[in-house]
Structures are given as C-alpha cells and as structure tokens.
Write a protein that binds this ligand. Structure first.
Ligand SMILES: [Zn+2]
Length: 397
C-alpha cells in the first residue's frame, strides 16, 4: 500500500510549534514518515484534509478502569470522605461479569476518542484479560493501602501476587493518607528499577487538615472505621513532606495525581525531592468530588512534568482526555493549546515510560493520529463542542 498524507488546519507535533495548514505523511501501518509545512503540501496529490486539529494519540496517565461499573452510582460534590465511604458501600454490589463488561465498554470508548496508552490503577484482577486483548498500551499500578501496621506485610504479599498477573506493573501506595509507616517502608523496599510509581496527592483540603493538625472529616472517618492513625499524624507538614522520609532517594518516574489543594511550596518540595516527578491533573474528577480545581497557573510552566488523567467513572461522566483539556482551557484560556496537547501526549508518555513509541509526531514513531473537530481555528483553541476520534491507530506493542 502507498503512503498517505493527512492535513489539517493545525498539526500539533508535540516537539515544536503547531503547524498551520501542515501535514503528516504516514506509511500503511501509521508510522510517521514526514511532517510537512503548508508550503510542502502545495501541489501534492491525494491529500486528505481534516478540518480542526490533528494531534498525537492521547495518554491517560491516571485511570481506574476496573471501577467503570460505578458509573452514575456516586453523588457529586460530597467531598473525598463521603466519596470513599460510598465506594466502599457499593463496590461489592456487582458481579464480576457486570464489572468486566463495564470496563470493556469504557475501554472501547477511550480507544475511539484517541487514547493510546493508559496508566491504570488496579485493585483486582478484573481487567487482566481485556488489557491483554487491547491495542491500548497499559502501565498497571497495583495499589495498596491500609492503616493497620500489622497487616502491612500481608497487603504487600497480595499485591505481589497481583503484580504477576499484569504486565508493565508496579506496586504503589494509594494515597498519602491511607498507608501506615510500615506499609510505606515495605513498598519502598520492593521498588524495582523499572517501576513507575504513583500516588493520590492533596485531592482534598481534608487531607491537608488531617496531616497538619489531625482535624476534620478524614480523621473522624478513620476513627469511625476503628483504624489506627499513623504515628506521624499530625505532622504539621504537607502530606508529601510527611511521608517523604519513608521514600528516600526515589529516582523512578513518580506521578503525583490530583494536586487540587497543592501550593507552590508543595510542588517545589516534590520537584526537589523526587527527581523524576510528574503532576497528573484530573480536573473533571476534582469538580465531581470536591467541586474544586487545582491552581492551574502553578503547573503551566512546569513544562515536561504535567500530564492528564481521567480518574474513574465513579467520579467522572466519561473517560475522555479531551474533556479534561476542555475544562482546563475554559478555566485558564491563557494556557496555549499546544501545551495542553503536550500534557495529553508526550508528557504522559514520558511519565509512563512509553515515549519511545507514542506521544509525538517524530518520524519513525506510530503514536496514533487523533482528529479534533469543532475547534476555533482562528485562535487555535478548543471549544466546548470539540470532539475527538482516532484516525490512525498507534503501534505500541
Ligand atoms: Zn484515582
């Protein structure tokens, strides 16, 4: 088969400025052969034109695919404590067939909108088979949590059994507030060279209050569940500063998820103490649970460190990376669209360790090509009506 040339109002390469009226020459498998300027397109035959944007395949750096069956089962804006309580209440109401079917539907929808790689939190073996069959590339995070220090080793033992089931998997702590000192130390001792780490961070003000002063709903919730609080509570410090001594000298990629209630000092602390830190923004989930958003201006100049996640259908109406970008663009129009596209592509790919295959339109890669239509071509902005679909699949495996 011959090569194909795709053109659009704007091509976002993710390794340079967007190209107005540019094009992409690809081979029959979707590998990028050349990125073309509008001048280079002049006179070429058989150019397929897609009005809007062409962008590299999206990377969803934070998802819980296995929670897809909880779509429309949780109320909005109840705050993190009631959100977690509700999940605990309903998570056993559905049989495995139902759960797997919901995950499969969600996975197809992500594939259609242009997601080519996912960082996915796993607490069960529900998604093992469908991931093995998927064209989407996964980085699996086997999540552990538990405040009872006596149960720490058995939690890790179970996680290591699960790790064997999933390829590209690492054992990670759930959140700053849900792990004991013992469990953190055991997680740290089990970190392997090629692991990618992640943790939910500063998703609520309640989390900050819990660490600073052992006040508020989070402490009450744990007490009502008769869970022992770690000795470091209260620490008078930020969540990450508090747990940092248990995770010294981590050089692995480490994705801090949410950061909704992070200050500049918190972000600076993470960058200084974790050399390979990424900040994953999940604004739709933040609006759903806490009705809050991170201070995006703190992240807009962090360049390669910001990526995008959808979180789960328990706290989102869909698992759409584009929807997350639209929320950010609407709230902070000053952030140029090319940055958002980098966050949703190459940065997520780097965080997950997939950047040699996907994330940008560098010749030799087959990152997937996504068409975004219904954009504002003149100002090069997304609109509330923008929609995306995969045009050319990625070659990731
Ligand atoms: Zn999450």
């Amino acid at each position: 088969m011959s090569n194909t040339i795709l053109s659009s109002d704007w091509i976002f390469t993710n390794f340079g400025a967007p190209i107005k009226g540019g094009g992409l020459e690809i081979d029959s498998k979707g590998y990028i052969l050349r990125v073309l300027t509008s001048n280079q397109l002049t006179g070429l035959a058989n150019v397929e034109f897609y009005p809007g944007f062409l962008v590299p395949g999206f990377v969803n750096a934070h998802c819980h695919l296995e929670l897809s069956y909880l779509a429309a089962r949780v109320n909005r804006n109840t705050g993190i404590n009631d959100f977690i309580a509700r999940i605990e209440e309903v998570r056993n109401d559905f049989d495995k067939n139902h759960r797997v079917e919901a995950a499969q539907h969600a996975l197809y929808a992500m594939q259609d909108e242009g997601i080519v790689a996912i960082g996915d939190i796993c607490n069960s073996n529900d998604t093992v088979a469908l991931k093995a069959d998927s064209t989407i590339q996964f980085r699996n995070f086997i999540e552990v949590y538990g405040l009872n220090p006596l149960a720490a080793q058995s939690k890790m033992d179970k996680a290591l059994v699960m790790k064997e089931l999933y390829s590209n998997s690492s054992v990670v702590p759930h959140a700053t507030y849900s792990v004991s000192e013992e469990l953190l130390s055991i997680i740290y001792r089990n970190i392997e060279k090629n692991d990618v780490l992640t943790i939910h961070n500063q998703e609520s003000e309640a989390e900050n209050d819990y660490f600073k002063s052992a006040q508020g709903g989070m402490k009450k919730r744990f007490e009502s569940w008769h869970l022992p609080l770690p000795q470091f509570i209260p620490s008078g410090k930020s969540p990450i500063e508090t747990i940092r001594p248990y995770l010294p000298n981590v050089k692995n990629p480490f994705i801090f998820v949410h950061n909704t209630f992070s200050t500049k000092e918190d972000i600076d602390f993470i960058i200084e103490n974790f050399s390979n830190a990424y900040f994953c923004l999940c604004p739709a989930s933040n609006l759903f649970i806490e009705n809050s958003l991170p201070d995006f201006s703190l992240f807009s100049n962090l360049q390669k460190r910001v990526c995008i996640g959808t979180d789960s259908l328990a706290s989102n109406d869909n698992l759409s990376v584009l929807q997350e970008l639209k929320i950010i663009s609407a709230h902070v129009p000053e952030i140029p669209t090319y940055k958002l596209i980098e966050w949703s592509g190459i940065n997520g790919a780097r965080a997950l360790g997939f950047d040699s295959w996907v994330g940008d339109f560098k010749p030799g890669k087959a990152p997937g090509i996504v068409w975004i239509e219904d954009v504002d071509v003149e100002s090069c902005k997304l609109t509330e009506w923008s929609l995306s679909q995969i045009l050319v699949h990625a070659q990731t495996k």
